[in-house]
Design a protein around this ligand. Sequence first.
Ligand code: NAI
Length: 712
Amino acid sequence: MSDPSRPVTYDELGCVGLIRIDNPPVNALNHEVRIRLADAIMRATKNPQIKAVLIISGGNMFSAGADLKEFDAPLAEPSLQQLQNALETAPVPVVAALSGLALGGGLELALACHYRIAHKDAKVGLPEITLGIVPGAGGTQRMPRLIGSRAALEMILSGAPITAADAKAKGLVDEVVDGDLRDSAIEFCERLVHDGLGPRPTRNLTVSDNLDESTISEILRADARALKGRTTQKLAVDAIKAATLPFAEGIAIEAAIANKSLASRESLALRHVFFAERESGKVEAVPQPTKQPEMNRVAIVGAGTMGSGIAMAFADAGRSVALIDNDNAALTRSRDAVRSNYASGVKRGRLSQENADERMGRISYSTDLAAATEADIAIEAVFEDMDLKKKVLSRLDSILSADRLIATNTSTLSVTELGRATAHPNRVLGLHFFVPAQASKLLEIVRGKDTGFDTLAAALHVAKVLKKIPVVSGDAFGFIGNRMMLDGYFREAEQLLLEGASPQQVDTALEEFGFAMGPQRVSDLGGNDVGSKVRIQLHKRERRSDPYFVIADRLTELGRLGQKTGRGFYRYPEGGRDAFPDPDVDELIEGLAAERSIVRREISDEEIVERCVLALINVGAMVLDEGIAARASDVDVVWTSGYGFPRYLGGPMFYADTLSLEHVVKRIRHYHEKLGHYRRPASLIERLAAENSTFEQWDRRPRKGAVLTPAL
Ligand code: NAI
């Protein structure tokens, strides 16, 4: 057992000084750990009896690196660099024994040791780039010395960890062992001593290859998709190039570059999203359950697109699934879809045939709702029809024992009303999955008026089981994501089309801004009919004034459903995905604009982006003010993990803060005064702007009753 008061221990085993880092859960190298490491290193290197030093983890992870919370201020001494200096210049060989993960600062610490031995299941990497940071504890200087500049650049740009075997092949570790790492590592140290092998400072090595411009562009191109719109990769290149200089010069350049990256807006945004994703699973007043609810058997009712995807998500997580549909043909289609999905995973090398068979074997198919009887959780994903869903939920309620969770995957209907069709509305909530349900990261958890805290806690556990990012939403029109999309972002994009922009111009401008895909291309991909159906249902909840998706709904009427019919906002060549402008659509839009006496004009890309993003922010603020979302950071999570908003801009609300709310209010007012349809600033933005405050500060204020469900 680790002792929290002793995150680092030092013992002497014969001639080996054994330094053990024991700071669960991830052995973060925080200030306390660094102080104690410095002390242990000093004790080991000052004792003439000690002929080799071994650094090892007390748990099953070497170290996930620095403590990110310390990044907002200058790092307190001793710094990681000071520890590395002490290790690298030690008079006796220093060995790092790597288990689990050695990431970021953890790996950098190991790189400053003279030798590295790894357990075969260990993985090592420098993931800093995912947070917009250039490794700043020697990673960009020592890694190229060990494995060459090219390999170092590839690893640092991808940020992905590599296996121990891969690390050995590259020259990053000296030995890979199976079995007990501690015993093997001690033996390794004794061998070094016996063979008279002394220190081997990484800093004394020279880099074997130079990075020329064509290699750099080739590597940057390979990562272009993941790194779109980002700037950190260029900084990383500069730092790695400095590894060919004398070590002291290179390390100074690295420090300057790393500090620059830390202060960049990109890094602040990425770190904001990182913390926001960890925060979103915590809900005020929801107790952390002492015992996790059983979640072994899952029943899913409705084996269509969503039901099949949700079934795969649970099967992937090792749960057994009863997939139920009253239509035999639907079950056959579902089985085929599941099979073909796993087959494509095998073909792409994502999983083995054995894994795929195992996962498929976890799903059983039935036409009888009674197959749900033993389930720990039942999720309905039948057609979007209030009466039908009420019937299904009430049947589930009658066959499942009262402590089991019942969820609906509705995207539009009132979860509260659905819950009240059962005898136990407290155990009913919404689990709003996104397409494809087996892969999408986001899970909106919709809290009905009667949903109990236990139910909510169990749903948060479901998200954990599925490795999805949960965000709790109140039960209102469109929940968080669709409300902002429909009332804010996409609505404004359609308005711009009516005023004179082309689908292509709108899409390209927003893709340039950083969205993964422009709104019209998204509609064509998902199917314009899907959006139209959603709106028909939502309009039963609340009405919206014209024009509201008049173009998309007309396209649906015309059977121009998007990629699946070869025509939508764009034209698609037979079976293709490349979108081509279609003059028929231009004509249709002009007609719809003329019916509304909208005078068409040239619109700049800047105006497109500004209006769409401000509309998104504005509705986001309304969602917050109405208590539909608990935190601005939750809204950011929804948009970065579910709707393609660029992570490196931090999500719409963080982005608003970076623009300053005073500026946001001014620009929304400007459009409100200039354009008839543009909404006035949300009262929350006006209030915060008047106080010179931010959404981030608002999140830190105590509030009661976060995540409300408006009265029915
Ligand atoms: P779908 O039409 O593909 O599948 C619905 C399935 O339910 C069909 O196979 C049907 O045979 C079955 N079904 C109907 N009545 C039944 C009954 N009484 N008992 C058992 N099975 C029954 O629909 P899809 O797209 O999978 O949507 C399902 C639900 O998920 C809907 O509530 C929808 O609003 C929601 N949703 C859909 C999303 C999407 O993009 N397709 C995204 C998020 C939620």
